[in-house]
Design a protein around this ligand. Structure first.
Ligand code: DP6
Length: 326
């Protein structure tokens, strides 16, 4: 047995995953489409040893028991497949703030899955890795393949996985993340998603979502940036409409969130073509053409409530690395 390390990107969904038909297998109510992010990664090292008596899990900046249990639960799933009963040491580090809505679980469970599988000498296809990562955190299955990715809704565990639609260099765009607060969100995505069905608008969302997925894929194929931006903005707002109208309601926005959204609109009227997307949290993802990144950064650096700016380009998926964390 060996020690293994993986680096995996976080991803931003253009058509979102919000709501599950099976919470333990993390089967989604609908498919989704995303892009992997070059500037937001998790690095995870996993080592199995016969003399370990229990899992030792060290996640930088997250000492919560609930996080450790979730990681251990995922290790159990992989141990079951390989019929290994050894305990593991896991060390994990993000290069961006975790649990603030920046989708740290996507990169975290993609990196954990690849490192664990490799440490146990399991040789899995990209599809099977994606299926396993999905069971750690749904969005993690989209961080396994490269670039622009579709997660197929599927009918069961074996048919719900992600694959690459296009390599990272296909579409010349960027995702500039504007961090407006380092405050951790009080309701996680997993908890929030349980409420999706309580929104009276969820049925309407689901009735239209297959067409939306077809549309976004056609738009990405054509590299039609304006149609792309309009669709991803309305999709982000639609997901938040579901959150806001859930019972109890989920309000992930901070005042800074609204201010940035309004600035995005203003920038467009001033001739800079930028659009926003949002996840479970207060920070705003601004999608722009690659050539406009510097202008955008300069603009937001002057805004008082901006705590941090993270520039992302489309990225490859999860990879193995020789740089072990211990
Ligand atoms: C709003 O994948 O974090 O970012 O499967 O319960 O771990 P679990 O949820 P998670 O949810 C992500 C929700 C989202 C939308 C998206 O990324 O598609």
């Amino acid at each position: 047995m060996i020690k293994s390390t993986s680096i995996a990107p976080s991803n931003i969904a253009f058509i979102k995953y919000w709501g599950k038909k099976d919470s333990s297998l993390k089967l989604p109510l609908n498919g989704s489409v995303s892009m992997n992010l070059s500037g937001m990664t998790t690095t995870t090292t996993v080592e199995f040893k016969k003399d370990f008596t229990e899992d030792e899990i060290l996640i930088e900046n997250d000492d919560r028991k609930k996080t450790k249990d979730r990681v251990s639960g995922h290790l159990d799933k992989i141990r079951q497949i390989t019929e290994v009963d050894m305990k593991a040491k896991v060390v994990s580090r993000n290069n961006f703030p975790s649990s603030t809505g920046l989708s740290s679980s996507s990169s975290a469970f993609a990196a954990l899955t690849l490192a664990t599988v490799n440490a146990l000498n399991l040789h899995l296809s990209e599809k099977d890795l994606s299926i396993l990562a999905r069971q750690g955190s749904g969005s993690a299955c989209r961080s396994i393949p490269d670039g622009f990715v579709e997660w197929l809704e599927g009918e069961d565990s074996n048919s719900s996985y992600s694959y690459s639609l296009h390599p990272p260099e296909y579409f010349d765009i960027a995702d500039v993340v504007i961090v407006v607060s380092d405050k951790k969100k009080d309701i996680s995505s997993t908890e929030g998603q349980i409420l999706a069905d309580t929104s009276p608008f969820m049925a309407t969302r689901l009735a239209n979502i297959k067409d939306k997925i077809i549309k976004i894929k056609q738009i990405i194929n054509k590299k039609d940036f304006s149609s792309f931006g309009q669709l991803i903005e309305s999709e982000a707002l639609e997901m938040h409409a579901i959150m806001l109208t859930s019972n109890p309601p989920l309000i992930y926005w901070q005042p800074g969130t609204i201010n940035i959204i309004k600035l995005v609109k203003k920038m467009r009227t001033e001739g800079l073509e930028v659009y926003f997307s949002l996840n479970t949290g207060q920070d705003v993802h601004i999608i722009c053409k690659r050539k406009d990144v510097n202008k955008l950064e300069g603009y937001f650096r002057k805004i008082e409530e901006v705590k941090r700016i993270i520039v992302n380009y489309p990225s490859v998926g999860a990879r193995l690395s020789d740089n072990h964390l211990f």
